[in-house]
Structures are given as structure tokens and as C-alpha cells.
Design a protein around this ligand. Structure first.
Ligand SMILES: Nc1ncnc2c1ncn2[C@@H]1O[C@H](COP(=O)(O)OP(=O)(O)OP(=O)(O)O)[C@@H](O)[C@H]1O
Length: 459
């Protein structure tokens, strides 16, 4: 359905869509558009902003309320960034500005029509486990934003599943066949962030031995998740803002900008508005990346999901270890359901991985479920202090604590169990902040990730 009061524009849109073998309905005002919607429920709506009897924004709202599965895109006046952002916030999946670039128009239409199928995909149930109303709402929100091109900011405590949400947005989007790249902004040394994100030219700084594409180039056509975005240095924030505005990146040392087509998602466990208030995050960038905000609820606010999650995670752990699936008995489940999980789903996963490694039978019992003794407030306190309090003493292993009979002829597994325990404690102490945990252990971020994966503590 095309909604515009300018005959020339309507004609141009009709011809373009006809060449794509699509038939069109036209309306020149809001009243006609409402009537066409009622009669035909079209597959897609393109609407102008200014209409003789009102504003296209009202049409977007109307469609969101009464026909939430119909994708709608807005045609905005050239340079009207605020209007475009408002349209995206109301639920438009994209916008095209006048004068209309036909290639962009074709892309938008293709994207919108592909997404209708992707919305039916069962992927959302497989990745994002949970059937509480909060999770159902989250799933709906994800399906809706998947079709949009708008930047999405995902907020939630550590370990709640922000990256899972980002992956799902990508998988349900028309970009699903293209790369999904997640980068932890806090894990890259400050002086390398710019080159990691945007690439560099040979010789642009010491160590730049060859041209190197950045993550924006690597994610071309797909989705880039800037995780822990609050940790981006201020000078890089300015550059990122420009990339979003210009849809082009300039590699370090390059003269020219290179066009980029990337869907940008960002996430953090911090409160970005506070970071803006404190001058650590630019408000213009905040406005741009926070066009659509998604809040992932903590696990203690959806305790009813714990049994389903526990079963799912246990299956995953067993599969990763090449062992048979193991059940969990009722008392053990009740113990889990009563716990607060300051580290959220990741903590549940770690507890189960440890329990799985230590369990002797085919069922986890209450004794296999062990929580760390630190409470949430202590963890937060540790987290706050963690930057200044890395141990400087060499590691000290108390003698006599290791019982040789526990090795049981398998040193490798025994050492893995100890390593798992150490990593677990470091992650818990640093509230699942891998950068801080790696620093505390005196290993690189990369090495920590490798070890977590190796020991089945992370995907
Ligand atoms: N709803 C869920 N269903 C299944 N697995 C989940 C769910 N939520 C989180 N997980 C699992 O929990 C772990 C942590 O999730 P994820 O990395 O997405 O959290 P996060 O919020 O991005 O964490 P951080 O703040 O540390 O970046 C992952 O192994 C993920 O697969």
C-alpha cells in the first residue's frame, strides 16, 4: 500500500514496485489508507509524512496497534533526521528520504517482504528459553525490531542474555544470511579500538604492517553488536557517530570514507543515561544508538523460567561434553528457584556445569547444587572495587589441600576441575565481566575466553 498525496511520487513508487512484480494499492490521505488497510490487509505499507488530513506518524501508530505484522516504512523530507528517528521509534521498520533513491527503495521492499517469513521462524524459541510473560513480551519485541533497520540498544544486568537477544534479532532479520559480529568494546585496548572497528591503512601507525579491514567492514551486509558500548573511549564515540550519520567508515590513515551497510546493535549492563550525565558518553551518540531500547529482565524477576532454563542448559552442557543428558531432581530445582542469581543465566549455567562435572549419578541432587558464598551486594562491591584491587602477590597454593587420590589416574581432568573452579570464582567475583576477570587472573581476554570455552563454561 502506497500512501502519498503527490501524484508524481505515487507513480514513481508504483512503477518501481511493478518492476519487482508487486501489485500496489494507493491512498492519497489517511482516511483512504485506513479503509484500504481494513479491506485488504496489505503486505507492506510505504507512507509519506505530510498528508492532507494528518501525519503519516498516526498511520504508523494505527498499524502498530491494529495490524502489528504489517511492516511500514516512512518517506521523509530530505535531511529530516528527527522525523526519521521518531518514525523508527513508533515502529516503522525503515525510512527513505526524498528525493527517493530507487535502489534504497528496492532494498527496503525486499527486506520487508523477506522478514514476514522470518517472523514465522522457530529460531526464537530455540535460542531464547523462557515462557514467562516477560519473556513472551521480549520475544515479540525482538520479532518486531528484527525487521527494522534502526539501531537497537539492549540493556540488562550481566549474564541476562543480551548477546542472545542480539543474535536473535539478527537471525530473524533479512540480514540473517550475512555475518553477525559481536565485539566487546571494553576488552580492546583504548588505543586500538578505532582501528579494530574501522580498519587501518598500512603504515598508519607503528605495527600497521598491512591494510586491515575493521569490524564494520567484516560485518558488511550483516549486523554488528557493540557489546559494553559504555566503555568506548570518547574520541572513538565521535567517530562512531559520524559512521552512523554518514553510513561510511574511514579506516585509520585513509583519505577516503568507504560506504558501509551494517545494522548496528549495542548493549551494556551500565545505565547509559547516567554515563551521559557524568560526561563519559556523548548524548548525541546515545540518541542515535538508543532509537529502540530493549530491556532484558534479570533472572530473579522471572524465576518461573528457572526450571525450563535449567533443563535446556543441562542438555546443552551434556551435548558439549559429549555425555548423556542428565536430569535434575525436584529438591535441587527448588533450591535453584529460591536463589537470587546476581550473575543471571550465565551464573545458572556455571552452577549447572559444575554440578554436572561433579555429579556421580544420572540425576542432579540438592547436594550437587553449590552456590558461591558471596551475596549480590558483596559481588557489586567487589565489582566496584575490582579495578584497583588486582592481586600483586604471586599465587599461593596452600600445601596439603590436594588429595592425590582425587586425581584418580587422570591428571588432565583433575586439573580441568581446578581450573574450572578458579575461572568460576574469578568470573563470579568480577560479576561476569570477562575483562576484569582476565586482568585479575593475569591472563589475556582472549585466553580467558578460550579457557571458558574449553571447559564448557561458555558457548
Ligand atoms: N533466555 C536464554 N535462553 C537460553 N540461554 C540463555 C538465555 N539467556 C542467556 N542464556 C545463556 O547465558 C549465557 C549468558 O548470556 P549472554 O552472553 O547473552 O549474556 P549477556 O547479558 O550478554 O552477558 P554480559 O553482560 O556479560 O555481556 C550464554 O551462555 C547464553 O547462551
Amino acid at each position: 500500500m502506497l500512501v502519498d498525496d503527490e501524484p508524481d511520487i505515487l507513480r514513481l513508487l508504483e512503477i518501481t514496485l511493478a518492476r519487482m512484480n508487486l501489485s500496489t494499492l494507493r491512498a492519497t490521505n489517511l482516511a483512504d489508507a485506513y479503509e484500504l488497510l481494513r479491506q485488504h490487509e496489505p503486505d507492506l505499507c510505504l507512507t509519506d509524512m505530510k498528508l492532507p488530513d494528518g501525519n503519516g506518524m498516526s498511520l504508523i501508530e494505527h498499524i502498530q496497534t491494529h495490524y502489528p505484522t504489517i511492516p511500514v516504512a516512512m518517506i521523509t523530507a530530505h535531511g529530516s533526521v528527527e522525523a526519521a528517528i521518531d518514525a523508527l521509534k513508533l515502529g516503522a521498520f525503515d525510512f527513505v528520504s526524498k528525493p527517493i533513491a530507487l535502489e534504497k527503495l528496492r532494498d527496503i521492499v525486499n527486506h520487508a517482504l523477506q522478514v514476514k517469513d522470518a517472523g514465522d521462524d522457530a529460531a526464537s524459541d530455540q535460542l531464547l528459553v523462557g515462557d514467562t510473560p516477560a519473556m513472551e513480551r521480549l520475544r515479540l519485541q525482538i520479532q518486531k525490531v528484527a525487521r527494522s533497520q534502526a539501531p537497537v540498544h539492549i540493556h540488562g544486568e550481566s549474564g541476562v542474555g543480551k548477546e542472545v537477544v542480539a543474535r536473535l534479532i539478527h537471525q530473524l532479520s533479512p540480514r540473517a544470511e550475512q555475518p553477525f559480529i559481536a565485539v566487546n568494546c571494553g576488552a580492546i585496548p583504548a588505543d586500538l579500538v578505532e582501528s579494530e572497528l574501522f580498519g587501518h591503512k598500512k603504515g598508519s601507525f607503528t605495527g600497521a604492517a598491512a591494510d586491515k579491514p575493521g569490524l564494520f567492514q567484516a560485518a558488511a551486509g550483516g549486523t554488528l553488536l557493540l557489546d559494553e558500548v559504555a566503555d568506548l573511549p570518547l574520541n572513538v564515540q565521535v567517530k562512531l557517530l559520524r559512521v552512523i550519520q554518514e553510513k561510511a567508515v574511514r579506516p585509520v590513515g585513509a583519505q577516503q570514507e568507504v560506504p558501509t551497510d551494517v545494522r548496528l546493535l549495542s548493549a551494556t549492563h551500565k545505565d547509559l543515561s547516567l554515563a551521559v550525565r557524568d560526561g563519559h558518553f556523548r548524548d548525541d551518540l546515545f540518541y542515535r544508538i538508543n532509537v529502540i531500547a530493549i530491556d532484558v529482565p534479570s533472572l530473579r524477576k522471572r524465576r518461573e523460567d528457572i526450571p525450563l532454563l535449567a533443563t535446556h542448559l543441562l542438555q546443552r552442557i551434556a551435548m558439549d561434553n559429549g555425555s548423556d543428558a542428565i536430569n535434575i531432581d525436584t529438591a535441587a530445582l527448588t533450591k535453584l528457584c529460591d536463589y537470587d542469581f546476581p550473575g543471571n543465566v550465565r551464573e545458572l549455567e556455571n552452577i549447572l556445569a559444575r554440578a554436572h562435572a561433579l555429579a556421580d549419578g544420572g540425576e542432579l541432587t540438592i547436594d550437587d547444587i553449590q552456590f558461591q558464598t558471596m551475596g549480590a551486594s558483596e559481588i557489586t562491591e567487589h565489582h566496584a572495587k575490582s579495578d584497583e584491587s588486582y592481586p600483586e602477590e604471586p599465587p599461593h597454593v596452600p600445601s596439603g589441600r590436594i588429595d592425590l587420590s582425587d586425581v584418580n589416574g587422570d591428571l588432565e581432568s583433575f586439573l580441568n576441575t581446578i581450573e574450572r573452579e578458579v575461572l568460576d570464582q574469578a568470573m563470579l567475583k568480577h560479576r561476569w565481566n570477562k575483562t576484569a576477570a582476565a586482568k585479575a587472573l593475569g591472563i589475556s581476554f582472549r585466553s580467558l575466553r578460550y579457557r571458558l570455552k574449553k571447559l564448557g563454561l561458555e558457548d
